[in-house]
Design a protein around this ligand. Structure first.
Ligand SMILES: Nc1ncnc2c1ncn2[C@@H]1O[C@H](COP(=O)(O)OP(=O)(O)OP(=O)(O)O)[C@@H](O)[C@H]1O
Length: 947
């Protein structure tokens, strides 16, 4: 205990929750009301005042008018103490029992009520002394219990609450606590060491209290004083008891009611008297209300601070004793009568006192630990009765286990049944698809404008819908397989490609600058156009900066990356726009060139247009971004340039010299550099051929023309690659979004991939079948198909490639389907037709591959293949073209697909050296590292410029 602790809020008095267990200890009792009549004071005696009250017995007080002017009136109370009664008797019979209730956990309050100078302070001082004495005596006589005594004190002066132990802290606030009722904020509280200490503290309070002289009392108390003792106790050693008692004892010395006429109060005293009377009036109203039995109605506790603070003592959880002090003087008879009326009301008020028990956390834990220990001991050596109950429990548990096992067996049976049904359904669908195989490719070729149901065209609408849903499901499944880190890698690749574009543009610019410097660019108009072109290409070189230091760790980073990438969309779009400008300039340049050509060759027959083999613009590998459609005029010019490039490239790539080509015999279907007219081996075509050779000679002799071609190809290349970037970026963004949406599923599927290679292989096979079908429907390049098929064979790391390919092709199929639906005229040679150009490009690719049959395959290999693929020795077409035309034609037959891929791989030298092809570069550069001479898709600009 400390002598004086820092200010302790009253709210912290109860450090542990207090409660009253059960209702049996709730004690309802009336307020103990006693009356004490003091002797006539010296002042009254000096005034020759008369005694107006008699106490015929211990419970009655009678007004007896000395001059018989008034009728006598009688009042009875629990106890009436006459003028000769000593304070110890008043305490013993009017306060002790209630006051000492605090030692057993019951709140207690002792009031002294009465008019000014009636003896309240005199009485309460005596009561307090006795209480202290008895409390400490009780503590002393209760060695089995530990007591803790705290003391606090306050006064209510002019309706302000003041801490009497620390009056310097000024006015205190009253707070409402839902559990404890009204509490006084920041009221200091002292742990009491002993009775002397307590008396010392009380002495401090007395000294602090507001006292003033009035006409009736030299030392009139001008405030209501409340001394509070909080007593907590618990048994010292009794481990079986976990409770302690806590209660407050309030010793209340009220200020006396007064009449200004009698006290002669003015100024401060008058003001004090007003406040005193007002608060006493509230007290009286509260008592009256409570005594009238209207407890459910409004009790005006809150109308004064006195009643707020003493609320629990007035009809609440406390035992209360009120000692009404009375002056016997006739001169105060009205005031005394009022006091007795107040007392009469008060004795009708019932309180509900309860024992406040505290279960301390530590004590509770200790008790529970003991209980656990007891139960454990019981389990170790169970009583016979416990044993039998335990065995009953075991039997019950066994029965539950058996029931659960039965339920599990039933569930397993249902699962197996569902799986077998699923398997049956799958088999039925496969058979249905098998029926459709023979006609599907033909229909696809014929219709050109296909829908997503083309694959299942002979199937019922219901089956189509089922298949469509199934395909979407597979697609969704494939999406969910994507690891964010793989997507991040893809994004990195895209950015790498963007950077490559910039670098290649620089190199192209260098070449063109050299051309300009050497003044090899033909006419003045052409030179001007090229100059303009140069400035546009310069302008185009601005490639977005690459943030290489960004490390993608998780999905959140990936999202940021996507946002950043997305923000670069405008850069890609502006690059496309600049490319379009360059292309227009090229158109004009070519126009200039064409004019010169027309002048010199106006009489020459026009040559039939040819497409570039595997033309970049027509290549099914290339999916043009919707935002960058080529204008029809551009397309026309491109075709013209493309024809020239085709001639140029096929000459270079086939390794045929012009001399050789002129000597060799033109063959049907063979499209060597010299055989542009091979399909129509007529004199006219031969003439045309000779003109073309001349043209080519001129073309190669002209640096200007060569540069135009190079720039044309370069711009086309750039444009396609930018579009491809754009498309791939969109794909990735879509993937990320869908990945988020399917996060949970993705985790499960990824788990399936990680934990069950078989599951992944099933998905892989299914996806690959879908891809093969879509290649077929979209007329995708055979080289592309071959490379993809042979590169991605089911390694878990292939999932991203399969997914991108599947999504890309699905998008393309849908796109082509939409185009076909919108325009049935797509079967025509309309250049804007993606479909027709794709078919054309595929045909040219087959022709190109057919030419390679002779050069890449040995005689024996060729013959073996002709036999295996049922190629007759004689036919309309050469055998090698017949062979190539049979490749990649049956998307339903995976054996056919495998063998087709192997043959095409041999023809183009793919994987010839057996070295591992880096999958990462797939789709970014189709050129096989084993065959740098063979164009395989996305050429580098350096190749086009022959650097
Ligand atoms: N029972 C008593 N026996 C002898 N003297 C008494 C008794 N009661 C009170 N007195 C004396 O009467 C005077 C007034 O008493 P006291 O101050 O206790 O009155 P009070 O009711 O507290 O007045 P106030 O309300 O103005 O404070 C005091 O001098 C006190 O000693």
């Amino acid at each position: 205990m400390t002598m004086r602790e820092p200010i302790t809020p009253l709210s912290k008095i109860r450090t542990t929750p207090a409660y009253t267990p059960g209702g049996t200890k709730v004690r309802e009792e009336k307020i103990l009301v006693t009356v004490r009549v003091r002797p006539l004071s010296p002042r009254e005696q000096a005034m020759y005042d008369l005694i107006a009250w008699e106490c015929p017995d211990e419970h009655t007080i009678i007004f007896k008018s000395p001059n018989d002017e008034r009728p006598s009136s009688s009042f009875t109370f629990d106890r009436v103490f006459g003028p000769t009664s000593v304070t110890s008797k008043v305490y013993e019979e009017g306060a002790k029992n209630v006051a000492l209730s605090a030692l057993t956990g019951i709140n207690a309050t002792i009031f002294a009520y009465g008019q000014t100078s009636s003896g309240k302070t005199y009485t309460m001082r005596g009561i307090t002394e006795h209480v202290i004495e008895d409390i400490f005596e009780h503590m002393k006589n209760s060695p089995q219990r530990d007591f803790s005594l705290k003391f606090s004190a306050l006064e209510i002066y002019n309706e302000t609450v003041v801490d009497l132990l620390n009056s310097s802290c000024g006015q205190l606030r009253l707070l409402d606590d839902p559990e404890k009722g009204t509490i006084v904020e920041k009221l200091s509280e002292e742990f009491v060491r002993d009775s002397q200490h307590l008396q010392h503290l009380i002495g401090i309070c007395e000294a602090q209290r507001q006292v003033g002289e009035t006409a009736l009392n030299d030392k009139s108390s001008r405030s209501h004083q409340i001394l509070r003792l909080t007593i907590e106790s618990h048994h010292k050693e009794n481990s079986g008891r976990v409770k302690s008692f806590i209660a407050s004892l309030n010793l209340v010395d009220l200020a006396g009611s007064e009449r200004a006429s009698q006290t002669k109060a003015d100024g401060i005293r008058f003001k004090e008297g007003s406040h005193i009377n007002r608060s006493l009036l509230t007290l009286m109203q509260v008592i009256r209300k409570l005594s009238s039995g209207k407890r459910a109605g409004h009790i005006p506790y809150r109308e004064s601070k006195l009643t707020r603070i003493l609320q629990s003592s007035l009809g609440g959880n406390a035992r209360t004793a009120i000692i009404c002090a009375l002056s016997p003087a006739l001169s105060h008879v009205e005031q005394s009568r009022n006091t007795l009326l107040f007392a009469t009301s008060a004795k009708e008020v019932t309180n509900s006192a309860r024992v406040n028990m505290v279960v301390a956390d530590q004590q509770l834990v200790k008790h529970l630990q003991q209980e656990v220990a007891r139960l454990e001991a019981e389990l170790r050596s169970p009583e016979p009765s416990s044993r039998s109950s335990l065995s009953a429990l075991l039997v019950e548990k066994d029965m539950k286990i058996q029931k659960m096992e039965r339920e599990m067996r039933e569930l397993k049976r249902q699962r197996d049944l569902a799986q077998s049904q699923l398997e049956l359904e799958r088999t039925a669908r496969k058979e249905m698809k098998g029926l459709n195989h023979s006609s599907a490719p033909h229909q696809a070729r014929k219709r050109l404008a296909f829908t997503s149901d083309t694959i299942y065209s002979d199937v019922t609408p219901e089956a189509k819908e089922t298949n469509r849903v199934r395909r979407q499901s597979i697609l969704r499944q494939s999406i969910t397989l994507t690891d964010p880190s793989l997507l991040a890698q893809e994004i990195r690749k895209l950015e790498m490609l963007q950077r490559q574009l910039g670098e290649e543009a620089n190199r192209a610019l260098d070449v063109l600058q050299k051309e300009v410097a050497c003044n090899r660019l033909g006419t003045q108009d052409a030179a001007e156009n090229v100059a303009k072109l140069l400035s546009e290409i310069k302008n185009m070189q601005v490639v977005s900066s690459i943030h290489e230091d960004i490390v993608i760790r998780d999905k959140a980073d990936l999202k940021e990356e996507i946002i950043r990438l997305d923000s670069q969309g405008s850069t890609i779009e502006s690059l496309e726009k600049k490319l379009e400008n360059v292309q227009n300039s090229l158109d004009r340049l070519v126009g200039t060139f064409a004019k010169n050509e027309d002048i010199s060759e106006s009489k020459m027959p026009s040559r039939k247009k040819k497409g570039i083999p595997f033309s970049l613009t027509n290549s099914p590998n290339f999916i043009r971004a919707p935002c960058s459609p080529l204008s029809s005029s551009s397309r026309k010019v491109m075709d013209e340039i493309g024809n020239k490039m085709a001639d140029h490239q096929s000459s270079v790539q086939s390794g045929d010299s012009m001399a050789n080509s002129s000597k060799s015999t033109p063959l049907r279907g063979d499209r060597g550099g010299h055989s542009l007219s091979s399909r129509e081996n007529t004199p006219g075509r031969q003439k045309s051929n000779s003109i073309n050779v001349k043209k080519m000679q001129r073309m190669f002799s002209s640096a200007f023309e060569g540069s135009v071609h190079d720039i044309r190809a370069y711009v086309t290349e750039l444009k396609e690659r930018v579009a491809k970037l754009q498309y791939q970026k969109q794909l990735l963004v879509c993937q990320v979004l869908e990945l988020e949406a399917n996060e949970t599923t993705a985790t499960n599927v990824q788990d399936a991939v990680d934990q069950s290679p078989l599951s992944w292989l099933c998905i892989f096979e299914e996806q690959r079948k879908q891809i093969v079908m879509l290649w077929h429907l979209c007329h995708v390049s055979l080289v592309h198909r071959t490379q993809f098929f042979l590169l991605f064979r089911g390694d878990p790391s292939d999932q991203i490639y399969l997914e991108v390919e599947l999504r890309r092709l699905t998008w393309l199929e849908q796109h082509l389907s939409d185009l076909g639906n919108a325009s049935p005229a797509l079967l025509s040679d309309e250049p804007a037709s993606y479909v027709s150009s794709s078919i054309k490009a595929l045909k040219q690719e087959r022709e190109h591959l057919a030419r390679r049959v002779s050069t890449r395959l040995m005689q024996e290999e060729r013959e073996a293949l002709y036999r295996k693929w049922d190629i007759p020795p004689e036919g309309k077409q050469r055998r090698r073209l017949q062979l190539v035309n049979k490749l990649w034609t049956d998307p339903h037959n995976m054996q056919h697909v495998q063998e087709s891929a192997e043959i095409v791989a041999k023809l183009v030298g793919f994987c010839e050296s057996g070295e591992q092809i880096p999958k990462e570069m797939f789709e970014l550069n189709f050129k096989s590292p084993c065959d740098k001479k063979t164009w395989m898709g996305w050429n580098l600009i350096s190749n086009l410029l022959h650097l």
